[in-house]
Design a protein around this ligand. Structure first.
Ligand code: NAP
Ligand code: SF4
Length: 677
């Protein structure tokens, strides 16, 4: 073993016919490149960059084995014409010394089209299309389609396949009584329900030969009623080993499960315990997944015997050089995935190609191809929030001489408030990453400083980037100056004390964040030592696996430290602006904790009695100790005219340019694009 801090993580895995250079798998993730015009060429550049960054094994997004298994709008069935173009993807990865698997995924009743099929005609609660039950002939043909797809993958250079047997897709649908109501040899007993997934792996091995990786992703926790009991999952895993699986990957939760499995509020490594339990049962290498986002954590998981390899998907969007930086002892410079889902899953859900909030280059590697500037300039950045930081780092990487000015005593801007929210602790990692990069790149950082235009001019600065962000909006409500009124900045940044009964004015992302913050008696935790037991108890997940699916009969159990009303004027559904992949869980947790959400509210006044409102034609008084204002923001771009008067070229980005619907994703992307001009 090497003398690196990550000896287990960086140790190769010898499979006999091939050798993976380390234990880090870039897990499968649908990026939208699968079906985008020119997507395979973009995918080749995307994966090549991750292979260059020393990913041990890459797994593609899901490709269906036949037309019925397509997940949605036009994604390829690889038997279709053009599959040979995948050779460009595999060549690009191999040229960088990497290995790559094609993921074969049949959507079953999750497929969003009228021809979707499933073991039984049982509709999914998250799909408007109802499936048709497969005939026995179709089952046999589909097994063959899986194996032929794997063979086609082999012919275009893939080192193997991942067969997707989790997350509630077709193979899971066959295995679980929840969705398999068949009375023939493909349903009923364990043997009958396991027959289809086992036949898929067996036939794939038969057709593709021994020197071909087959990773089976098994649903270790279904997190739905009618899921599989643990003894059946173990039995299937053992039979998969005999059927020819090379590696066993962890799948957690069906897509219709009402337990979050990857978003920010899921603690790091929240499900590694189930992988550890499985590892005792099988001899083939086992892979842990879900919320593994840094090398120290990954190393500890392997060293402790929880798993043999780790699978990270989104962290490779955030930083293609995750492994290379770990190898070089530069882990502090890893741009950490903060599990926000904003630029990856939330974009996929609306039919856009994924990218990453903290790394806008992800999936656009060719668009952002390195083009060194004609000449290095002296630049000043005013504002050390996410936009200013991203600009300073990218511009310095381009060779410019950059000085960063921040008026407060700390870097990070609004992210300092985000990371105060329990469950969003990882936001601090974005600040840590930028600070480490600024240091390495020699960017001068001046805290508690507002630059004087003349001094900048004298220093030879040519361009100034104003990334001064936003200030909270102060709504014109009678009594807004009452001492019980606080802004969200006073709550989250200044940590002013807040009483037990609270009304929140405004229900955008910040209003929901403040509500979550106030439901906790304690502040944020340390993301490196997360309280996994508390998370599992909150969401009703049973480590003891008393019931199939591993859910507790009594369901989630959460309590709030305060009585809270969250208010908005619009009559719309509350939380409509939250992310699609996270909003349901944010709302569900707060509802569990008794949060009262009122839409269509009119604000009348604030006084000693509390907040007076009208709602549904009635006047009400909320007898609260505090009213927290989360009513959006206004731009803060003061000083532009003075800078210009001093002869400086000024660029305004992020919230300072446009506060409406600002989020860090836009601020960072604007910054990175400007810095690369
Ligand atoms: P926001 O999303 O614009 O929400 C502002 C809220 O204040 C709205 O509910 C609005 O609803 C209310 N409001 C606006 N003007 C008001 C007025 N004059 N009087 C009373 N109420 C007023 O702003 P935000 O919550 O500050 O979020 C800012 C940005 O950060 C957003 O783009 C957001 O998506 C992003 N963010 C996202 C997350 C996340 O979890 N994804 C978390 C934090 C922030 P009514 O007008 O109906 O009352
Ligand atoms: Fe991670 Fe957010 Fe980037 Fe997605 S957008 S990869 S969740 S940091």
């Amino acid at each position: 073993m090497s003398s690196s801090p990550y000896p287990h993580l960086l140790h190769p895995l010898d499979l006999g016919y091939t050798r993976l250079r380390n234990r880090v798998i870039m897990g499968s993730m649908h990026t939208g490149l699968e079906e985008a015009p020119g997507g395979l060429a973009r995918m080749a550049a995307f994966f090549a960059e991750r292979a260059r960054g020393q990913a041990g094994l890459i797994v593609s997004g899901g490709f269906a084995p036949n037309a019925a298994g397509r997940l949605g709008l036009g994604d390829h069935a690889p038997g279709a014409n053009g599959f040979e173009q995948h050779a460009a993807v595999t060549r690009a990865v191999h040229a960088e010394g990497g290995h790559i698997l094609l993921q074969v995924l049949h959507g079953g009743r999750y497929s969003k089209h009228a021809d979707c099929v499933a073991p039984s005609a049982v509709k999914s609660p998250i799909n408007s299309f109802a499936p048709r039950a497969m005939t026995r002939e179709e089952i046999v043909e589909t097994i063959e389609d899986y194996a032929k797809t794997a063979l086609a993958a082999r012919r275009v250079g893939y080192d193997g396949v991942e067969i997707m047997g989790s997350e509630g897709y077709l193979l899971t649908q066959f295995f679980a009584p929840r969705t398999n109501r068949r009375e023939d040899e493909w349903g009923g007993s364990y043997e009958n329900r396991a027959r289809f997934p086992l036949a898929v792996v067996r036939r794939t091995r038969e057709l593709c030969g021994r020197d071909f990786i087959i990773m089976y992703r098994i649903s270790m926790l279904d997190l739905v009623d009618g899921g599989n009991p643990w003894d059946e999952i173990v039995a299937l895993a053992k039979q998969m080993e005999v059927a020819g699986a090379t590696l066993l990957n962890t799948g957690i939760g069906w897509h219709e499960a009402r337990v979050p499995t990857i978003m920010h509020s899921v603690p790091r490594g929240a499900f590694a315990w189930i992988t550890q339990r499985m590892k005792r049962e099988v001899a083939i290498p086992v892979v842990a997944s879900n919320r593994i986002n840094n090398p120290a954590q990954a190393e500890a998981l392997i060293a402790s015997g929880a798993c043999d390899l780790v699978s990270l998907a989104r962290p490779f969007l955030a930083d293609p050089d995750f492994v290379a930086k770990a190898m070089a002892g530069r882990a502090a410079e890893i741009n950490t995935c903060i599990a926000c889902n904003q630029a990856c899953l939330d974009r996929i859900f609306v039919g856009q190609v994924a990218t990453c909030m903290v790394n806008p280059r992800a999936c656009r590697e060719r668009e952002f191809a390195a083009a060194p500037p004609a000449r290095a300039k002296r630049l000043a950045v005013v504002g050390g929030g996410p936009g200013g930081l991203a600009f300073a780092v990218t511009a310095a990487e381009q060779g410019h001489k950059v000085t960063l000015y921040e008026a407060s005593d700390r870097l990070g801007g609004q992210f300092n408030m985000a990371m105060a929210i329990p469950g969003k602790e990882d936001y601090r990692e974005t600040i840590r990453y930028h600070a480490a990069r600024l240091d390495r790149l020699g960017v001068e950082v001046r805290l508690n400083t507002r630059p004087r235009p003349e001094a900048l001019r004298q220093d030879g600065v040519e361009d100034v980037v104003l990334a001064t962000g936003v200030v909270p909006r102060r709504p014109a409500i009678e009594g807004i100056d009452h001492p019980k009124v606080l802004t969200y900045v006073q709550v989250l940044w200044d940590r002013k004390p807040v009483g037990r009964r609270v009304a929140i004015v405004g229900a955008g992302g910040v209003g929901f964040d403040v509500a979550e913050f106030l439901t906790h008696a304690d502040g944020p935790g340390d993301p490196a030592s997360p309280d996994i037991d508390r998370f599992l108890a909150d969401w009703g997940v049973d480590r003891g696996f008393a019931l199939p699916g591993a859910l507790k009969a009594e369901g989630p159990r959460m309590r709030s430290a305060r009585e809270i009303w969250l208010l908005q004027r619009k009559p719309d559904r509350m939380g409509a602006t939250l992310g699609k992949s996270t909003g349901w869980a944010i709302r569900a947790a707060l509802q569990q904790k008794g949060l009262q959400m009122l839409a269509g509210v009119g604000y009348r006044r604030i006084d000693d009695a509390g907040l007076h409102i009208s709602v549904g034609g009635e006047d009400r008084t909320l007898a609260v100790d505090n009213v927290v204002i989360c009513a959006g923001q206004e731009s803060l771009a003061a000083g532009k005219a003075e800078l210009e008067a001093a002869g400086l070229r000024v660029h305004v980005i992020g919230g300072a340019r446009e506060a409406k619907e600002l989020d860090a994703m836009r601020a960072i992307e604007e910054a990175v694009r400007l810095a690369r001009l």
